[in-house]
Write a protein that binds this ligand. Structure first.
Ligand SMILES: *Cc1c(COP(=O)(O)O)cnc(C)c1O
Length: 354
C-alpha cells in the first residue's frame, strides 16, 4: 500500500515491546506503542496524527460519556512466515464503521484516512504483530463525540482513533449458552446492526445473570416474541442442521459480521446449502431432539469460531453431539486460518497487503 497521506508522527521514546510476554497475552490488555488520532471539527476531518499510546483528556461534559455517541470496529492483521503483513477484509470494516456512524449521526470517516492511517500505524508498530500460529494483531478503530455540551443533540466535534493489541491463539472451550427470553440485546428498528457502544453496556447485566446460572453466554432472541434466534453473545450464531448451514437472516437488530459473511461464503464455495432465515429456538430444540442438530457455534473476529456444547432453554440443558474431526466448524476455521496465514489461495481477495 502506497502512502498518499502525510501523517505527523511522534514516536515513543521508550518502546514497551521488550516487556511483553507474547506467550501469555490476555485479549485486549497489551497495547502496541502507538495510536492514530484524528479529530473532526468545523465540519471537517483535521490532520491525522500518530502518537505514543497513552491517556488523553476529554471534557467532563463529553457527550459520548453522557449520551453514548460512540462506535467501534474490531479487525485483525496477520504476519506470514515471510514477515509480510496482511489485513483481513479491512474495507468491510471501514464500510461497517461508516454504516454505524450514519445510524449514530456521526460523520463518515474517509477511506484515505482510515486505510492510510491504519497502514502507517501498522508499519510503525510492525514488530508488535506476532507471527506464531493462531496469533494476530487485533485492531480497534473507534469514534466518539467530543463536544463538551449537555444539550441532547448530535455533537459537532468527534475523534477517530485506532489502537492495536497483539493477541495469541484463542482457546475455544465449548460454550454453555442459554436462550434469553426476558431481556433483549436490540429490537427491530433499534441500533443492533451498528457497532455502537451502548449495545454492549446494556447486554452486560443479562449476561451476568446467565453467568451466575453457570452459562458462558446468552443466545439473544427477538424483542417482540422471544422466539427467534438473533445472536450468540457478541457473535453471530450459526447452526448445522442435517447438512445445511442455518443462520438468522440479517436485520436492523443483527450485526452484519464479517466472520459470518466469510463463513457463509466458504460454505457456498464448498456447495454446502446455506439458509439465511428466521431460526426459532423451538426449531433448534426439535433438531437437537431428533438428532439432526449437528453443530452450533458463534462466529466473530476475536475467536473466529466459538463452538457451543450446551444450550439451555426454560431451565433444561440440551447437549449437542461432540463434532467429528471433519465437522464444518473445524473445516471452516482451518480454511480461514490457512487463508490468513498465506498458506492457502485467497480466491475472494480478502487479504490486503500492507
Ligand atoms: C462485532 C460483532 C459481531 C461479529 O462481527 P465480526 O465482523 O465477525 O467480528 C457479531 N455480533 C455483534 C453484536 C458484534 O458486535
Amino acid at each position: 500500500m502506497i502512502d498518499t497521506l502525510t501523517i505527523q508522527t511522534k514516536r515513543t521514546s521508550a518502546s514497551r515491546l521488550p516487556e511483553v510476554d507474547f506467550d501469555h497475552l490476555e485479549f485486549g490488555k497489551t497495547f502496541s506503542d502507538h495510536m492514530l488520532v484524528v479529530d473532526y471539527q468545523d465540519g471537517e476531518w483535521q490532520e491525522p496524527q500518530i502518537v505514543p499510546y497513552g491517556d488523553m483528556t476529554v471534557s467532563p461534559a463529553n457527550s459520548a460519556l453522557h449520551y453514548g455517541q460512540a462506535i467501534f470496529e474490531g479487525m485483525k492483521a496477520y504476519k506470514n512466515e515471510q514477515g509480510e503483513v496482511y489485513m483481513f477484509r479491512p474495507y468491510d470494516n471501514l464500510h461497517r464503521l461508516n454504516a454505524s456512524a450514519e445510524r449514530m449521526c456521526m460523520p463518515a470517516i474517509p477511506e484515505e484516512i482510515f486505510m492510510q492511517g491504519l497502514a502507517q500505524l501498522l508499519r510503525l508498530d510492525a514488530e508488535w504483530i506476532p507471527s506464531f500460529t493462531g496469533s494476530s494483531l487485533y485492531i480497534r478503530p473507534f469514534m466518539f463525540a467530543t463536544d463538551g455540551l449537555l444539550g441532547v443533540r448530535p455533537s459537532d466535534s468527534y475523534r477517530f482513533m485506532i489502537i492495536t493489541c497483539p493477541v495469541g491463539l484463542y482457546y475455544n472451550k465449548p460454550l454453555r449458552v442459554r436462550f434469553e427470553e426476558k431481556y433483549v440485546r436490540s429490537a427491530e428498528g433499534g441500533a443492533g446492526f451498528a457497532k455502537n457502544a451502548g449495545n454492549y453496556g446494556a447486554a452486560m447485566y443479562p449476561t451476568k445473570l446467565a453467568q451466575q446460572e453457570g452459562y458462558n453466554q446468552l443466545i439473544w432472541t427477538d424483542a417482540s416474541e422471544h422466539r427467534y434466534v438473533e445472536e450468540s453473545g457478541t457473535m453471530n450464531a450459526v447452526f448445522v442442521i442435517d447438512g445445511r448451514i442455518v443462520t438468522p437472516a440479517l436485520s436492523s437488530s443483527i450485526l452484519d459480521g464479517i466472520t459470518r459473511r466469510s463463513v457463509l461464503q466458504l460454505a457456498r464455495d464448498w456447495d454446502i446449502p446455506v439458509e439465511e432465515r428466521k431460526v426459532s429456538a423451538l426449531e433448534i430444540l426439535a433438531a437437537q431432539a431428533n438428532g439432526t442438530l449437528q453443530e452450533a457455534f458463534g462466529v466473530g473476529t476475536a475467536a473466529t469460531i466459538a463452538p457451543i456444547a450446551v444450550i439451555g432453554y426454560q431451565g433444561e440443558d440440551y447437549t449437542l453431539p461432540i463434532p467429528p474431526a471433519d465437522a464444518f466448524s473445524y473445516r471452516v476455521s482451518a480454511a480461514l486460518a490457512e487463508i490468513r496465514s498465506g498458506n492457502a489461495a485467497d480466491p475472494h481477495n480478502w487479504m490486503v497487503r500492507l
